[in-house]
Design a protein. Sequence first.
Length: 118
Amino acid sequence: VQLQASGGGLVQAGGSLRLSCVASGSTSSINAIGWYRQAPGKQRLFVAIISDAGVTKYEDSVKGRFIISRDNAMNTVYLQMSSLEPEDTAVYYCNALRVVRGNVLNYWGQGTQVTVSS
């Protein structure tokens, strides 16, 4: 599975951005795709995830501001980000999970920079 993230950019506080993650390869076996972010000097942290059944989960600080969605084939996952805050500034990575014979396999995209100015 290969992942290509895009859609980042520079936006003022209160603005919006939509990130896209396009998956290729064995996409039919993807069980979930999520977004993570990493601010300078900090760990990569969970933001949101969506399963192949459409179940979603969000990190507390983005609930009500971010929406994760997907197309039916799990080929593309979106992260609609609204009411952005300077604290949302980070490199955003998409991650795909596959469960193969009981083993969880992780795949990462290259990241897209989101910068929110105050």
